[in-house]
Write a protein that binds this ligand. Sequence first.
Ligand code: AMP
Ligand code: FES
Ligand code: ZN
Ligand code: ZN
Length: 312
Amino acid sequence: MKCRTCGRPAVINMRQHKLALCADHYLDWFVRQTERTIRKYRMFTPEERILVAVSGGKDSLALWDVLLRLGYHADGLYIDLGIDAGLDYSHQSRSKAEAFAAAHPETRLIIVDIPATYGESIPQVAARTLRGRQRPCSVCGLVKRHEMNRVALEEGYDVLATGHNLDDEVAVLFGNTMQWKVGYLRRQGPVLPADAQGLARKVKPLCRFYERETAAYALLRGIDYIYDECPFSKGATSLRYKALLAQMEHRSPGAKLHFYIHFLKAREEGLFCPEEQTRPPMHPCERCGQPTTAPGLCAFCRLWVRKEEAGG
Ligand code: AMP
Ligand code: FES
Ligand code: ZN
Ligand code: ZN
């Protein structure tokens, strides 16, 4: 297999694009495609300040790297979830994010340490609030979303960028479609606009790249990232969907990309009625001020109030 651009040996063959490229031309292609996605979905402009949520994994570090290469003003945010005791997951992923930041002194890495700030790690909050009934992922997602939004607003960033890739997006889309979760389907996409009531704009510039493409980018760029998934993700439904979708992709290359792109197109053409017509009015949380559907405290603040009431 030869590089389509220069004829040297290719390092990657993307069947869905019928495109094989050598290392140099692949890296160029990846950066250009990211820029195209940013423009196509009007994610942000060169003047805006971007906060990249970095988990220490390949996608978010690749994203940060590309944005810096494209000359954007992009800082990082790492949320230390305290998933350690015998697991060493947060500790390791944090050190990857810190090492990347140290190699790019022109940027800043903001770290939110959940156990140090709120007094409990994610497994501890989950054990207390869910009483072992479920894996901690729902609590973890809630805490991450809240903290990302809080830091983006408090630190004056225009937009929050996450490293979700096509495989992530398609697995979520598949799950939401299987259960016709219309509210989620309406909001799923490359850009979630800011909301006057206190939600920052959120964007996913890598949403059109397959996972193996972001991994190839990170490897070829020599980015040191954490290979392991979160220890609690094992057996998650989204992983089962991913396995199913991989079979479909194997049989017809491009199936995932088409599923995603045609969904976005159908939505643009009015598959769902606009959100304003169905979304309940939001109220500022009495404690943190972030928007919430029920008057009183938001779900994040309720997590900690129960702890305080118990005298913790
Ligand atoms: P996940 O929910 O683990 O699939 O991660 C999706 C995206 O959320 C990643 O690409 C990151 O942009 C962001 N993210 C996940 N975990 C963290 C974390 N601990 N700190 C900051 N950002 C994160
Ligand atoms: Fe939060 Fe796995 S990353 S529970
Ligand atoms: Zn080449
Ligand atoms: Zn709150």
